[in-house]
Design a protein around this ligand. Structure first.
Ligand SMILES: C[S@@+](CC[C@H](N)C(=O)[O-])C[C@H]1O[C@@H](n2cnc3c(N)ncnc32)[C@H](O)[C@@H]1O
Length: 203
């Protein structure tokens, strides 16, 4: 990992991911999480203030730099979060061990998203839920064309973030069915703001 990824990108992500439009989505989705929860790509812990009730949270993320922020948020919320510094393509947890997996704006950055979703499905209980919010491929041809053009540069500055992943298809093809799926732009440049969010369950 280079100087940019270790020292600059975590600060940028922690600031950018606090955008009010993203917080609005966190406020809607995160309280739906129940029971034993795995947050995949917990980042700087920006979902933590929005969990409600009697929950037990495990946060997985390969970035130890972002984990420093997440630990501070957990402390300030009085949450006892178990942190795992690892990629989601190999989740070091038992089969059927979580009631909820939460994943927000993370699938775009995972090198092998199908593998990660298979792992998420493995560790989710059959009755469990995947709560997600992800940006991805726009259905507008002209925007999608620009997403593909910008993607190579975006991946470099965005820590491996892809602009043009078809998130609904990835989730569906990994053995999930949607209970709730909402799609659409949030405010901002169209190439980065087409969002897929909702709740999926093992099919
Ligand atoms: C844009 S940030 C989002 C962070 C957080 N989920 C949020 O909503 O603010 C993308 C996150 O994906 C994480 N990430 C990148 N590759 C990953 C992988 N292979 N497995 C799990 N998380 C990964 C990054 O470290 C980063 O925390």
């Amino acid at each position: 990992m280079g100087f940019y990824e270790k020292n600059i990108l975590p600060k940028i992500l922690n600031a950018v991911m606090k955008a009010p439009d993203l917080t609005d989505i966190r406020v809607q989705l995160v309280p739906e999480a129940t029971g034993r929860i795995l947050e995949v790509g917990i980042g700087s812990g920006l979902n933590l203030p929005f969990y409600e009730g009697d929950v037990k949270i495990t946060g997985l993320d390969p970035s130890v730099e972002l984990q420093v922020y997440a630990r501070e948020v957990a402390d300030s919320c009085g949450l006892d979060v178990e942190f795992i510094s690892q990629s989601s393509e190999e989740i070091p947890c038992d089969n059927n061990s979580f009631d909820t997996v939460v994943m927000t704006w993370t699938l775009c950055s995972i090198p092998d998203p199908m593998r990660a979703l298979e792992e998420i499905r493995r560790v989710l209980k059959p009755s469990g839920q995947l709560i997600f919010a992800e940006h991805g491929l726009s259905p507008e041809g002209n925007v999608a064309k620009w997403q593909s053009r910008i993607n190579p540069l975006w991946k470099v500055i965005g820590g491996g973030c892809h602009l043009n992943r078809r998130m609904d298809r990835l989730i569906n093809d990994s053995g999930f069915k949607f209970e709730v799926l909402a799609e659409g732009y949030i405010p901002g440049p169209k190439f980065a703001t087409y969002n897929y969010r909702g709740i999926a369950r093992p099919a």
